[in-house]
Write a protein that binds this ligand. Structure first.
Ligand code: DQB
Ligand code: GRF
Length: 226
């Protein structure tokens, strides 16, 4: 099947962008990264995309002032000009209006640094620590008008460790994100994700039967290692 033409929308350093670019270099990957689009002219990710040989574009939101739709029409024009079929948000920091979300409905995904629906919004790692959760992670979801609330495609979990700070926890989650996002994009690009009643069904996925226990205190008599 033809590879899906994907755009990645960024605002910053673009580490998830790079994970997607690297995954898409495999010749059996079902998507090609046809464009990296940033609203920040200075985004670090732009240089990294160029270095990887990917086309880039900038649509600065500032000249559009409060007219969010005009900004999004300019984004949309770039996406159309590059024949884009799927859009991945990767650290893209502008909220999107219902107009844009509807236009790309079912073809627009985002990675969020928590196990949704826990910790929607910002500062997820600090809030996970403050809540005392033992397991944290990341989610890839379809983008809907309601922020961080679209159907969940895939998730990855990591332990919270005893002396974690928000930064050490973020770094552990980020490693998981870089594995998760390419997997989730693969599923969407292969048309294996169906949304039924606002939830995703994945065609042809096995259940791993894995257990992540945190804290890990080693094997015990009640709980021997396999
Ligand atoms: C996000 C980036 C920023 C925020 C949320 C998600 C945020 O709350 N920023 C503060 C306000 C910034 C501004 O003035 O725009 N990244 N749009 C819709 N739904 C989503 C997710 C992201 C970005 C835009 C969504 C989104 O789930 N409608 C991801
Ligand atoms: C990631 O933590 C991602 O989950 C969140 O923003 C961060 C972007 O980092 N949406 P990067 O630009 O991909 O390095």
């Amino acid at each position: 099947m033809a590879r899906k033409r994907v755009a990645i929308l960024i605002s910053g350093r673009g580490s998830n962008m790079l994970a997607l670019i690297n995954a898409a270099e495999a010749k059996d990957y079902p998507a090609e990264i046809a464009l990296v689009l940033s609203n920040e002219p200075q985004a670090e990710g732009l240089q990294r995309a160029t270095a990887a040989g990917i086309a880039t574009a900038v649509v600065d939101h500032r000249p559009f002032g409060k007219d969010r739709e005009a900004f999004e029409r300019a984004l949309d024009a770039e996406l159309e000009a590059h024949g884009i079929e799927l859009v991945c948000l990767a650290g893209f920091m502008r909220l999107l209006t219902p107009w844009f979300v509807r236009r790309w409905q079912g073809r627009l995904i985002n990675i969020h640094p928590s196990l949704l629906p826990a910790f929607k919004g910002t500062d997820t790692h600090a809030r996970a620590l403050a809540a005392g959760v033992r397991i944290h992670g990341a989610s890839v979801h379809f983008v809907t008008e309601d922020v961080d609330s679209g159907a969940i495609i895939a998730q990855a979990a990591v332990p919270v460790c005893a002396d974690d700070t928000a930064d050490t926890l973020a770094a552990r989650v980020l490693v998981a994100e870089h594995r998760l996002y390419p997997l989730a994009l693969r599923l969407v690009a292969e048309n294996r994700v169906r949304i039924v009643d606002g939830r995703c069904t994945i065609i042809g996925s096995a259940c791993a039967d894995a257990v992540l226990v945190a804290p890990d205190i080693g094997a015990t008599k009640e709980n021997p290692r396999p």
